[in-house]
Write a protein that binds this ligand. Structure first.
Ligand SMILES: NC(=O)c1ccc[n+]([C@@H]2O[C@H](COP(=O)([O-])OP(=O)(O)OC[C@H]3O[C@@H](n4cnc5c(N)ncnc54)[C@H](O)[C@@H]3O)[C@@H](O)[C@H]2O)c1
Length: 352
């Protein structure tokens, strides 16, 4: 069988994981790359031996050789490029978040229905081995009904700057960047219940803390300390139609003791943590037991999870199988994220 021919649009930081994973998949071949920044596109083309280099994604999409694209651009172009790619007959793997607004998400969903192509949303944590192992326990009813989840991703000094802190290009700060992963992984493992209400808060209190000295942190390539139009902290309580609830908090800047990530799920028969490490709790013969899975990666392994996500995408392209991170879930996630921003702005709970 011929390999699936890939074009990668957006050749920045995360594209490395896409290029690297396609390169290791024997059923894929990267044939084109596009970036507004020609040097960046040429650099990736050189590293991965890519034949065609473009600065205009329309030209890449007009190349009939290409079967599928990875969209690794800023959030503000995800909708426009996804729709154009689907209409050009390409299958699409689009990075998270699906886009910036619910309207854009619905437009992508419509384009997908019209074209009958495949679109996978880059909810990479769904593809991690610790998630998939926990999912097996959940599907076998080891946790019973999950009625509460709690997720937190706190950076005390972690505003990457650049497009991440420019609301026009990102759509928001830590909520749309980190919160999307935290909320999605809980929601997915809870069985994707329908949202009923959202109460959210966002804060612009500390800015990007660019005054801090003697402590290094990740900065986007075009970091500019004077530009920051996104929130520093967001929290939300999401109530679902089945009565379950999810509490989340995420930050780029916060007076916290240290950076922290935690994801916890609580069910009627058992509970689990998936971050910082997979651990399952239960009760046997009137005794509480903690199950420590003996596996290679108890935490999220970035590189392996990306490989698994991309292998899955290629498999779906070849077989026509359904993806485990479909557009409907991207739409639902945009409703939740935008609902949190709306609730915060209005200072009231949002009802769906
Ligand atoms: N799944 C994850 O864990 C994860 C991690 C980091 C980033 N991301 C997502 O990946 C995307 C890119 O993030 P990044 O960190 O690589 O950013 P980046 O700034 O390093 O790279 C983005 C690149 O896209 C290019 N670009 C922007 N608009 C374009 C357009 N219209 N046409 C062609 N090129 C365009 C930019 O020039 C830049 O080189 C974002 O949506 C982000 O949310 C996902």
């Amino acid at each position: 069988m011929k390999p699936i021919k890939i074009g990668v649009i957006g050749a920045g930081s995360i594209s490395d994981l896409h290029f690297g994973s396609y390169a290791k998949n024997e059923n894929a071949k990267i044939v084109a790359v596009c970036d507004l920044n020609i040097e960046r596109a040429e650099q990736q083309a050189k590293t991965y031996g890519v034949e065609h280099v473009y600065t205009d994604y329309h030209e890449l999409l007009a190349n009939p050789e290409i079967d599928a694209v990875s969209i690794c651009t800023w959030n503000n172009s995800h909708a426009e490029i996804s729709i154009a790619a689907l209409k050009a007959g390409k299958n699409v793997l689009v990075e998270k978040p699906l886009c910036k607004t619910v309207e854009e998400a619905l437009a992508i969903e419509r384009a997908l229905k019209e074209t009958g192509k495949l679109l996978q949303v880059g909810f990479v944590r769904r593809y991690a081995s610790n998630t998939q192992i926990l999912q097996k326990f959940i599907q076998n009813d080891e946790l019973g009904d999950i009625y509460y989840a709690k997720a937190s991703c706190i950076r005390r000094l972690g505003n990457p700057g650049g497009w991440f802190s420019d609301i026009e290009r990102s759509g928001g700060g830590p909520l749309i960047d980190l919160g999307v992963h935290m909320i999605d992984i809980c929601w997915y493992l809870m069985g994707r219940p329908k949202v009923k209400t959202i109460s959210g808060n966002t804060y612009h209190k500390l800015g990007n803390r660019s005054n801090i000295k003697n402590l290094s942190y990740y900065k986007a390539s075009d970091f500019d300390a004077t530009k920051n139009t996104v929130e520093d902290l967001a929290n939300a309580l999401i109530r679902f139609e089945n009565g379950a609830s999810l509490f989340v908090d995420v930050s780029f800047s916060l007076h916290a003791k240290k950076d922290e990530i935690s994801v916890k799920l609580f069910g009627e028969k058992g509970g689990a943590e998936i971050e910082p490490e997979l651990l399952i709790f239960s009760e046997k013969y009137d005794t509480i037991v903690n199950l420590n899975p003996q596996i290679d990666n108890l935490s999220f392994d970035f590189v392996k999870a990306f490989q698994s996500e991309i292998d899955y995408f290629i498999e779906c392209c070849r077989t026509g199988n359904e993806t485990i991170s479909p557009v409907e879930d991207g739409v639902e996630m945009m409703k939740i994220l935008c609902g949190i921003y709306e609730s915060s702005k209005k200072g009231t709970e949002i009802y769906f």
